[in-house]
Design a protein. Structure first.
Length: 86
């Protein structure tokens, strides 16, 4: 995908009205955290704070993100154990 095409895609994806700005911010934070993109996480946290999200809300969001990630890892572990029995 060319840079200009990506920018158009990114802008259009964020322009949807069926999701609130808060929902979009939290989704972006989740993806940035799961992709381990430090600059992305820093920017998304700064934007969320600027938009009025509290530290309590951000901490709760990070907890949910971590819990979902842990659940995915646990599920993967169980499925692999079932396929690769000794």
């Amino acid at each position: 995908m060319k840079k200009a095409d990506f920018r158009t895609f990114y802008r259009d994806a964020h322009a949807v009205e069926c999701l609130s700005e808060r929902e979009k911010m939290l989704m972006g934070l989740a993806v940035a955290m799961m992709r381990l993109c430090d600059p992305c996480v820093e920017r998304r946290l700064a934007d969320a704070r600027k938009a009025g999200m509290t530290e309590e809300e951000l901490d709760a969001a990070v907890d949910v993100i971590a819990a979902v990630d842990a659940g995915v890892s646990e599920s993967l572990n169980l499925r692999i154990k079932q396929r690769v029995k000794p």
